[in-house]
Design a protein around this ligand. Structure first.
Ligand SMILES: C[S@@+](CC[C@H](N)C(=O)[O-])C[C@H]1O[C@@H](n2cnc3c(N)ncnc32)[C@H](O)[C@@H]1O
Length: 343
């Protein structure tokens, strides 16, 4: 059981290569319940075909290069990464989106498999794209349809990892890509992954970082650049979409984003703070339900942590992971990490 309702595993009769974990509540019901509490958690921005299209559009936008830069970095380093990954591993990727990054990894793993394993030992690689949005799982499966991999898509929340792990073959390379790691509380996500991986599994994730600054001016410049990206028109529209979709007008509210300092076990961390601020009394209609917002109401949204490289390493250490290899961009703004459970 989790905050989004109890998950039940069910086979999709239409498509045998996809498993659906159905929550008791539809995305619309969840949106209604959240908005009634003046909350709009980020996962609700990604639901339905609208949410899938919005993310793909944002990911392609010039002003929002966060996940795209991480893809370029993966392309440039994939052969070095795969050197650390045994050829027999299954690939599980949670929050898979379009699955383009996973294709890059799979192509390289297949190449490695072909060169390293004699014909008699060949087993095809198993691939499990996972996302809360069924459209993304379909896209990710389609993305690799010409590759010789055994595929099973899973529609599920990462928070249901104990349930969804029953579907994959060990050992796994467990991936969280596209800066998705930074949308969770660090100790929550690392403990969840740690508890559900076995010895022999690997954990691979990426993050867009706050570069370590030498001077106050550099700190200011880094913060300005982060705010510029997150306050871009494209990202603002992405965040406003649910309210616009259900009947509010752009002049009824505005989107606010700040960079806040938050305390943690390892010291002060930098985190975005987002909200939708209601500017005039307005109504939202979701199915048969309506919610009345009043001028001055504030709807709290999700967040993204902006860690320094050192902070990520410190969290991995306290949560029981051993770093196998880190790929850090020259300007220290992007990182990819390969880790395993410490024995
Ligand atoms: C920032 S996008 C990244 C997509 C993709 N990995 C990439 O690199 O382009 C986050 C993805 O995570 C999915 N997602 C959001 N919350 C989730 C959750 N709780 N469990 C699983 N997937 C989730 C969204 O549907 C979306 O596809």
């Amino acid at each position: 059981m989790n905050s989004r309702g109890k998950a039940i595993l069910e086979q999709d009769p239409e498509q045998e290569e996809k498993i659906i974990t159905i929550s008791e509540k539809s995305p619309e019901e969840k949106l209604y319940e959240s908005l009634k509490k003046y909350e709009l958690p980020d996962y609700l921005l990604y639901t339905g075909s609208g949410g899938a299209n919005n993310w793909l559009k944002l990911d392609g936008a010039k002003m929002f290069p966060v996940a795209r830069q991480l893809k370029v970095m993966l392309e440039e380093n994939v052969s070095s990464i795969v050197r650390f990954i045994p050829a027999c591993m299954s690939l599980v990727s949670v929050g898979v989106g379009s699955g383009e990054k996973e294709r890059i990894l799979l192509e390289e793993l297949i190449k490695k498999n072909r060169t390293e394993k004699p014909a008699s030992e060949k087993v095809s690689i198993r691939y499990y794209p996972v996302d809360i949005n069924s459209h993304f799982v379909d896209l990710a499966l389609e993305e690799v349809k010409d590759l010789p991999v055994e595929k099973k898509g899973i529609v599920a929340f990462i928070e249901d990892m104990p349930l969804l792990k029953k579907h994959w073959h060990l050992p796994v390379l467990f991936c969280i890509l596209g800066n998705t790691f930074c949308n969770y509380e660090p100790e929550f996500i690392l403990q969840l992954v740690h508890e559900n991986l076995e010895q022999g599994d690997l954990f691979f994730f990426d993050a867009n970082l706050l570069p370590t600054q030498e001077s106050g001016e550099e700190t200011q410049a880094a913060r300005k650049s982060i705010l510029g990206t997150y306050a871009s028109r494209e990202n603002v529209l992405f965040n406003m979409y649910p309210l616009l979709q259900y009947g509010m007008a752009p002049e009824d509210f505005d989107f606010e984003i700040l960079l806040a300092q938050v305390d943690s076990r390892i010291g002060t961390l930098c985190r975005t703070r987002k909200s939708l601020n209601i500017l005039k009394d307005a109504e939202i209609r979701i199915g048969t339900e309506t919610i009345d917002f009043k001028e001055g109401d504030v709807i709290r949204m999700g967040f993204t942590y902006k860690y320094t490289y050192g902070q990520i390493l410190a969290f991995l250490d306290i949560c029981g992971f051993e770093l196998l290899k880190a790929f850090l961009s020259e300007d220290r703004t992007n990182v990819m990490i390969l880790a395993k459970k410490r024995i």
